[in-house]
Write a protein that binds this ligand. Structure first.
Ligand SMILES: C[S@@+](CC[C@H](N)C(=O)[O-])C[C@H]1O[C@@H](n2cnc3c(N)ncnc32)[C@H](O)[C@@H]1O
Length: 252
């Protein structure tokens, strides 16, 4: 990491972003998206975060147009350490490209940052406008049936090291979802640099497949493929960890 790291100047949100790549090493989900990216000539990564997948695609020889958009400057600053792609600051709903991409994707459960139906619809419509007719939008969101938030508690701590080599101990605290599937989530960071824990709080939305599909249809998408895991096993509403969707942009 070449970005300057001053632990005394960080708040919890900034620390969360700075530790993101350490806490989320390359895995099967990234490989799933990378395969799609390598097969597409023009790609938009929505909620690209630190840009891991597009950077890997370029390193593996993708010669086409790669574009990432994310509203979090602390995440995007890390992506901008390379020119592997064009990096744009903004939300999904602010994507203003017109029929320029064959593939858009939203990885790492970024879709769960879209907290209400109006935001999801505006985001899907902007992605749809950015895609050519017949283009694909691939994304994942955790299956509410498996209630992942029940494991996000102090009984499940884990550790990483910060850029100075200090151990940072981390745990989550989450509430139960409200009627709209919104789960409050706080991540707590403790380490030798800080007298008090640093915290980062957000909501994540857990949406059910039927509601998701209504919004996709309203935005001009049809579900082409749906998996329950990134090994491409079929989606099982009662047992699948994730709702992994590849939607096709239909002619509007
Ligand atoms: C868990 S990270 C995933 C990052 C990346 N996609 C990955 O797979 O590593 C979620 C990302 O979604 C971004 N995000 C939050 N709200 C968003 C929105 N409305 N539109 C697009 N991205 C958003 C966050 O800034 C964050 O970078």
């Amino acid at each position: 990491m070449t970005l300057e790291y001053d632990p005394s100047a960080l708040d919890g949100e900034a620390l969360d972003a700075l530790l993101y790549d350490r806490l989320n090493p390359w895995g099967i989900a990234d490989a799933f998206y990378l395969d799609l990216v390598m097969d597409a000539p023009t790609v938009l990564d929505v909620g690209c975060g630190t840009g891991t997948i597009l950077r890997r695609a370029r390193a593996e020889g993708h010669a086409g147009r790669l574009t990432g958009i994310d509203p979090d400057t602390a995440m995007l600053d890390q992506a901008r350490e390379t020119d592997a792609a064009e990096w744009r600051l903004g939300t999904a709903a602010e994507a203003d490209w017109k029929a320029e991409f064959a593939l858009a994707f939203m990885s790492g459960n970024a879709f769960q940052c879209l907290l209400d139906d109006a935001t999801i619809l505006a985001s899907l419509q902007a992605v749809r406008r950015s895609l050519v007719d017949g283009g694909s939008f691939a994304f994942d969101t955790r299956n509410p049936e498996l209630a992942a938030w029940r494991d996000w508690n102090p009984d499940h701590p884990y550790e990483t090291t910060d850029p100075l080599g200090a151990t940072v101990r981390i745990h989550h605290e989450a509430g139960e979802p409200d009627a709209n599937g919104l789960v409050p989530l706080t991540t707590v960071f403790q380490g030798p640099h800080w007298d008090q824990p640093l915290t980062a709080s957000r909501f994540l939305r857990f949406i059910r497949p039927a509601a998701l599909d209504r919004l996709l249809a309203a935005a001009g998408f049809e579900v082409a493929e749906r998996f329950g895991r990134f090994d491409r096993s079929p989606f099982d509403p009662a047992a699948s960890v994730s709702i992994v969707t590849v939607a096709r942009a239909v002619r509007s």
